[in-house]
Write a protein of this length. Structure first.
Length: 202
């Protein structure tokens, strides 16, 4: 009994040490002004989390580490930790991880797409299945108010010009479709020639 108590206390101390060191690292990063130095510090911290996840033997600390960087892990890396075989798979911190993995599961190669109701610029209803199965389809999700998301448009135009005649189709799906006026104004500015659809009915 005493042996188990000592072991538990040691594990608790190791967790506290790790959390304190991690918090100290984050505070130091707030003071870094050089971009390369900051990137290196972030990479170093991510590697610490990965070591805890894949080489550590403390499942509670592993759960915390997974929670901190789960969006940077692959489906294959995360899958074992959301199954019932992982002791803390139902821990509160694992809830967003499970949701994220479920999303990855739907997007895995070979998985069938989920149909969705879409609306064009004239208010006509469409379904995603109208465009699937007729060659390659590139789905471009964007928000009309976010200027940064237009950086990819030159590449999409090049892709469309080169491969549309060979069966490639691009669908731009705006996810702020409730703001129809802003969406239509932006389309006039950009003069996009492929189908423009909103994910919410007009």
């Amino acid at each position: 009994m005493l042996k188990n108590t000592v072991k538990s206390q040691k594990a608790s101390q190791q967790r506290n040490n790790f959390l304190n060191e991690t918090e100290a690292e984050q505070l130091r990063m707030l003071k870094i002004k050089d971009r390369k130095e900051l990137d290196a510090a972030i990479a170093k911290q991510r590697e610490r989390y990965r070591q805890v996840i894949f080489q550590g033997n403390d499942d509670l600390l592993r759960t915390y580490a997974i929670y901190k960087i789960y969006t940077e892990l692959s489906y294959e890396e995360l899958k074992p930790f959301v199954s019932d075989q992982f002791h803390y798979s139902n821990h509160l911190l694992m809830a967003p991880v499970k949701e994220y993995v479920a999303g990855l599961e739907k997007r895995r190669t070979g998985k069938h797409y989920e149909d969705m109701l879409l609306t064009d610029t004239q208010g006509n209803a469409h379904q995603l299945k109208e465009y699937i199965g007729k060659g390659y389809v590139v789905l471009h999700f964007w928000e009309s108010w976010n200027r940064n998301e237009f950086d990819i448009l030159p590449q999409l135009r090049t892709l469309y010009d080169q491969y549309h005649a060979k069966g490639l189709q691009i669908l731009s799906l705006v996810i702020d479709g409730n703001n129809i006026k802003s969406w239509k104004e932006r389309l006039k500015e950009e003069k996009l020639v492929w189908p423009q659809l909103a994910t919410h009915a007009a």
